[in-house]
Structures are given as structure tokens and as C-alpha cells.
Design a protein around this ligand. Structure first.
Ligand SMILES: [Fe+2]
Length: 235
């Protein structure tokens, strides 16, 4: 079974369309959305609708909840693009889910809604917390975690399991391509080989920047443009 995980599209439809082509080639059995369809870029209704039409399972990100609940007055540009029906969908998304692949139980979530600390990538103790979940006073342990939010794809082994990040489709840091993660293994609780692939897809970054530059009301527009052209966090 081949499962593709993606997140952090952030209103960048140029990157999303490039990813769509790569997904056709990869031919996954399932696509999981791990949060942040909207915010930052200029085409939010389009990336929100793309996620709903193309993914099979859905988890909310901090931007989805922030915009969906009208938490920040500065986000009015995004509310106007999305409208009430999409915003209700965004705020209804669950915070986490799980799958079992090749006998490994994977915890799936966006990042900050579960732990504000998970933007940190180089601290193994912090990352290993992603594999432990408190539920009604007992600790559940996972063999792996797949999440988004950091906008940088990575794969690490810790003493207690695997930690994987999808990277970002529309707002990548580091290498400014569109990124996703593919896991391939045996469905269910059967010990079997597992493989992980980071999909890195080039797209027309300048075209995406030009679309943003036409939008005078896009909040933090110049920071967003610099980020998609350079991969350098700019806010
Ligand atoms: Fe994000």
C-alpha cells in the first residue's frame, strides 16, 4: 500500500498544480492532508477546494483553525476569499488520527495544534514526545509519527521510533520546491518492509510570486514572496 501525505499548501495553487502532476505519476492508493490548506498565499479558495477534492483523509492545521474561527482580525483577506462554508469545514477538521502500516502504528497530526514545540527539528527529546500521547491518564506509545507544520521535509529515527515530516507543498523552507512524503508498506498489523520517499517537485516560483504581487491586500505579501522565491523564512 502506498500512502502520500501532504500539507501546508498555503494558498499557492501554482505549487499545488505541480504537485498534482507528480501525484499522478506516483499513483498513491491514499492521500492524507495533514493541515494548513490556507493562509499566506493568494489562492486560498482554490487550495482549500483542491484538498477537499483530491485527498481522502483530513487533519487541521494552525492556519486552518485560526482562519476558520476568525481568530485574527488581520486575516480578513482570507475570510473574504473562503466564505462561510469553507471556513466551517476548516474549523471542523480533527487534530490528529493514526494508521498502522507494516505493523507500525503511526500518529498523524499537523504539529502545533498537538505540540507547540514540534517546530524544533534538531532536538530528539522534543521530537520523541510526538510518539507519546496522554489519553485519560495512560500513555500511549506510537512506533512512528508523520506530521507537517515545519515546512521542511525530514526523516529521522529516534530511540523509540520514526519521525517524518511531509515538508510543505506551497511554502517550503530550505529548498523552495513543492514537497510531500510517500510511505509504502503492508496494510495493517503485519511486520513487513517499509519505505519512505520524500517527493520534491520543482514549480514556477516566479509565476507564484507574480500572482501574489498582484494582490495589494494580501497580508505580509512581501515576506511570502521572498519565502517562495528563496526558501528563507521571512516573517
Ligand atoms: Fe503551515
Amino acid at each position: 500500500m502506498r500512502i502520500l501525505f501532504l500539507g501546508d499548501l498555503h494558498g499557492n495553487m501554482v505549487a499545488t498544480e505541480a504537485m498534482e502532476q507528480a501525484i499522478l505519476d506516483a499513483a498513491p492508493d491514499e492521500i492524507w492532508f495533514l493541515g494548513d490548506a490556507v493562509g499566506k498565499g493568494p489562492q486560498n479558495a482554490e487550495t482549500c477546494d483542491w484538498v477537499r477534492a483530491n485527498c481522502h483523509h483530513f487533519i487541521g492545521g494552525n492556519w486552518d483553525y485560526g482562519i476558520g474561527t476568525r481568530s485574527f482580525p488581520a486575516d480578513g483577506y482570507f475570510w473574504n476569499q473562503l466564505g462561510e462554508e469553507r471556513m466551517a469545514w476548516l474549523r471542523s477538521l480533527p487534530e490528529e488520527d493514526e494508521i498502522i502500516l507494516s505493523g507500525i502504528r503511526f500518529r498523524l497530526f499537523h504539529g502545533r495544534p498537538v505540540s507547540p514545540l514540534l517546530k524544533v527539528q534538531d532536538d530528539a527529546d522534543l521530537l520523541s514526545k510526538a510518539l507519546m500521547k496522554d489519553s485519560n491518564g495512560t500513555q500511549e506509545r506510537f512506533g512512528g509519527a508523520v506530521f507537517a507544520d515545519s515546512h521542511r521535509p525530514f526523516f529521522r529515527t529516534l530511540d523509540c521510533g520514526y519521525i517524518m515530516n511531509t515538508g510543505s507543498v506551497g511554502n517550503s523552507m530550505g529548498v523552495p520546491n513543492a514537497h510531500a512524503l510517500i510511505l509504502e508498506g503492508r496494510e495493517g498489523n503485519v511486520r513487513a518492509p517499509l519505505s519512505a520517499t520524500i517527493l520534491s517537485v520543482p514549480y514556477d516560483n516566479q509565476k507564484a510570486a507574480d500572482l501574489a504581487l498582484k494582490e495589494d491586500d494580501l497580508p505580509h505579501r512581501d515576506a511570502y514572496v521572498r519565502e517562495i522565491l528563496t526558501g528563507i523564512y521571512s516573517r
